[in-house]
Every structure is written in structure tokens, then in C-alpha cells.
Design a protein around this ligand. Sequence first.
Ligand SMILES: NC(=O)c1ccc[n+]([C@@H]2O[C@H](COP(=O)([O-])OP(=O)(O)OC[C@H]3O[C@@H](n4cnc5c(N)ncnc54)[C@H](O)[C@@H]3O)[C@@H](O)[C@H]2O)c1
Ligand SMILES: O=C(O)[C@H](O)COP(=O)(O)O
Length: 585
Amino acid sequence: MATPLSLSSLFTSRLNTTTPSSVFPIQRRRRIILVTSSAGGGKPTILVAEKLGQAGIDLLKKYANVDCSYDLSLEELCTKISLCDALIVRSGTKVGRDVFESSRGRLKVVGRAGVGIDNVDLAAATEYGCLVVNAPTANTVAAAEHGIALLTSMARNVAQADASIKAGKWMRNKYVGVSLVGKTLAVLGFGKVGSEVARRARGLGMHVITHDPYAPADRARAIGVELVSFEVAISTADFISLHLPLTAATSKMLNDETFARMKKGVRIVNVARGGVIDEEALLRALDSGIVAQAALDVFTVEPPVKDNKLVLHENVTATPHLGASTMEAQEGVAIEVAEAVVGALRGELAATAVNAPMVPPEVMRELKPYVVLAEKLGRLAVQLVTGGSGVYAVKVTYASSRAPDDLDTRLLRAMVIKGLIEPISSVFINLVNSDYIAKQRGVKISEERMVLDGTPANPIEYITVRIANVESRFASALSESGEIKVEGRVKQGVPSLTKVGLFGVDVSLEGSVILCRQVDQPGMIGKVASILGDENVNVSFMSVGRIAPGQQAVMAIGVDEQPSKETLKKIEDISAIEEFVFLKL
Ligand SMILES: NC(=O)c1ccc[n+]([C@@H]2O[C@H](COP(=O)([O-])OP(=O)(O)OC[C@H]3O[C@@H](n4cnc5c(N)ncnc54)[C@H](O)[C@@H]3O)[C@@H](O)[C@H]2O)c1
Ligand SMILES: O=C(O)[C@H](O)COP(=O)(O)O
């Protein structure tokens, strides 16, 4: 497997700022989010708030200080979280907005050791730039097996008969069950667990139908399952098994109305999420006999309140959210989530990220210098805006000879946004929250692909960043249509500035840049170089771009250190220099 490329700048870098924050419209100042690799620069701290398989803990301990503290109250969690870089939970811990707020920006990743992320406030995580990763595959078989266990034990009254015999009774007539063979099972949600349940139920001789608007028909056909509408599924099934995520669309999907449309005597299995069923409606349906039996592993409130009528109902088989609880699944999810969390803390993008785009390592490796270029162009462009102008519209153009669908620009867009917004605010921007922050600030980012002729040796030839409808501190940075325009390329692996407004320049984007507009005349480079040399400021690059000999020219000077104010003033005071700006990268 290829080693994932570290993109720690996406998660960690912050530079000092010089541009006034009034550049952006509507500044709702957010709390400063400090993002450091760990407090004090040592090992990061990972809070494991629910029992996690030992293999996962061992893996975490190789990289971090691991604090295993279970059964924390919300208050205790909020107190601890400000000292933690990562948090790992199962389904029993609510990770709400208050947790992200209390972390004061230190929390960089939440790992969910399982599939369902309905206990994590994803919107708040994204807003706070916190990556959320889960372990989506390791407990699939366990959940499917538990679904089948509930289906078969419900049909044969195993739990009720067991309780009865333990109570000293011998009730053979009471616990006559129903057979599964030839019966119709409707699987609602044909994802990982649903399809494994379907496959097993086929093996039991059941006729399996499924409803899932997003599932491909050929996948269903391949295991002998028919994809049907929701209506057909619920009205023709003898058994219904739920395998949906809990979302706004699936919440209380089974309710009084839908129970009324089911076959009388239907049997329901739920190993998905309690909230998919209106539990009071289920109770009514059980009491009226519409639903003959239910087998429930999950509940709207977990654990359910004492004396919960559903749990105590004689036709209900209940288990305490055990779907993922096998030795094998718990070791599996522990390793899956530990690897994702450690990777994210190292600045890698996790393949199981829930609130960030997944970019394969080979794409990241190829885009790495362009990622740096994109951020620096954003950073340069925004520093060219006159304080007080509002930045509302930014256009990013990627010129490439690759086919339009052969270039993933999400990473680049995120970095342009990072470059644009971080220098003028206290907000930390990463791949997780970049689009959210841009939108929140009223900055519309549009992207354009320019397809060039030729062989695509490089993924991108050049990137242009334009800011429309603003005034510039450096008028020469304006294009013909009045936008601030900067353009850059990657030259021999080094991000370089190649155009400012209409002027072609050539300066590597390292350190800082001085831009001067001057009347083109001999000796200018020497004059500026000697002023900088007098102060021991190392010049890394100098380049002059002009429209025509003897006319105006733009000189771009790359410097390693920031010159003193006096030195900058001396350059500005050279009589041929008409405009001057110092930009930090
Ligand atoms: N009880 C447990 O311990 C346990 C264990 C694992 C998973 N789960 C739960 O099981 C559920 C399924 O997990 P999974 O890993 O199969 O997830 P998955 O994402 O692989 O599958 C979910 C499927 O539901 C479908 N779906 C979404 N909205 C739908 C709708 N409105 N109607 C019909 N189908 C819809 C999706 O298209 C997807 O195919 C989740 O809720 C998960 O949290 C519970
Ligand atoms: O969504 C899941 O992965 C399951 O519901 C398992 O939850 P658990 O980790 O709390 O057992």
C-alpha cells in the first residue's frame, strides 16, 4: 500500500497576518482555534471515552498519550476535551456542539469506533474544523449476524421460552413459532449490513425484497434480491428488517400510517437505529396485532428508561445494542478507527473521513506542490486588496491539458480558501471547514477549468486566482477587467508567481515578496538589491515584467527575511518607483 502523503498544513499551519480584517464582509468574529500538533509540542493526547478493543489501544499508545475514561458525564467530557487532540467514542457518547466548543480548538479528530455517526454533531465538527472518521466496515458481519439471530430467535420465541423455562415452566404449546422458509423478508436499506442480511436470509430459504433508493439494481440481482418501492416492501412483507442510517428522511419512517399499510401479523427486526421507528406507534401496532412480533437491538433513547413498555412487551425480543458486539468486530473497529485517528493526527487524510473529501494518496502526492501554490496564491491575492474593500467573489482557474474529469480540485480549492481567509482572520481553515467558512463569510468561490492542448505531463500548468469588485493596494495587480489577478506555476517542483495583473514575473513563492511598479529603466534592480543588501536581507529572486521597453514594469523581489520599515521606505522612495507593496507568504 502506498504511504499516505502528509498534508499537515491542511490541519496545522497558521501564518502571521498583516492585512486588515476589514477586507472581508460581515465579520462575525469566531473564537480563535489553536491548532497545534499537541499541547507543549509533545505527544498528542487521545481520549477514549468508551471501551475499545485492546489492539486499537495498543496502536494508539505507540503514537499518543491515551486516556481511557469511560462513563463520563457531559460536564466531565467537556472539561477533559480541552486537553485532548482526539476523541474516540462508540454510539454511547453524544458528541455535540458543546464538546467542540469546550475543546477550544484543540480537538482535531473524532473517531467513531463503528458505523453510525448520528451521535456526533457533524455540522459543529465541520464548523470547528474537526475531522470525523468512523470504522465503517469492521462490524458489518457482526451486525448482519445479530440481525439474523434476532430474526430466527423471534420467529421461534427463543428468548421468551428461555425466560419461561428458567422460571421453572414447561410451556410447549405457548411457544409455537413461525417458519421462515418461503416467507417474504423486506430489507429496508441495502447497504453493507442490509445486503449481508439479505444474503443470509436467502440461505434460509426466504424470498428477499429490498427498498433502497440509492442501491444499484445489479448488486441486488447478484444475490437474488428484488429492488422494490417502499410501498411494495412494507405492504407485502411477512418480515421487515431495518438497515438504514438515522437521518431526517428515515426518522420515524415506521409510524402509525406505515404500520397501517403492512400485512397483519408482520414481524419487525431493528438492528439499525431506534429512531427509525416511532416507538409509541410500534407499541400500538403490537397491541392491535398489526405487528405480531418485534426484535429490537436499538432504541431511540439508550439505555431505554426503566419499565419501557416496548422492552417489557411479551412479543418483543430486546437486546442492549449488541449488533457490533463480537470479539472479532470490536478488535476490527478498534484497529480501523485507531489507524484513522493516528493518520489524521499526523496530517494524513483518512479514507474513512466522514466530513472531508477523500483524496487518494497517489492524487495527493501528485498535487502536493500545487496545494502549496494554491494557498500562496490565495494569500498573495488577498494581501493585494485595499483594506475596507469586501471580498465577495473569487474565481480560481486551473489550466491543464488533462481531461476535465481527470483533475480533483477540492484540495486546491480548500487551500486557496485557506490562503485567502487565514491572513485576515483568526479562523483556522482546513479541508474540513474551508467551504463552510467561505460560505459563512459570504465569499463565493467559483472554479473554472481551462483545457490546454498538449500532453498532460503535469496535472496543472498554471493556477490563476482572481478577486472581483475590489480595490487594490497595488493597482498594477489589476487585470484588464479590473480584478486582482495573480497566476502561478510549479517550476521544477517549486511554486512560483508568474503573473501579477498584466505583468509577467518569475519569483519563487518562498519567504516574502516585494512588488514594485516602476518606469522601465536600467539600474533599477541594482538600486533595490543594494538597499536590501545593506541590511543583510537575502534576495532569493528578482524578476522584471514589462509591457514594452521603456514603459511601466513590475519588479518582483523574493526575500528570505522581512526587511525593516526603514529599508522598505528607502525602496519606496526611489523616484522611479510608482507603487510598492510588501507581501508575506
Ligand atoms: N446494532 C448495531 O450494533 C449496528 C451495527 C452496525 C451498523 N448499525 C447500523 O445499521 C445501519 C446500516 O449500517 P451499514 O453499515 O449497512 O450502512 P450503509 O451506509 O452501508 O447502508 C445504509 C443503506 O441505507 C440506504 N438508505 C439511506 N436512506 C434510505 C432511505 N430513506 N430508504 C431506503 N434506504 C436508505 C443507503 O442507500 C445505504 O445503502 C446504520 O444505521 C448503522 O448505524 C447498527
Ligand atoms: O453504528 C454502529 O456501528 C453500531 O450501532 C455499533 O455501535 P456500538 O459501537 O456502540 O456498538
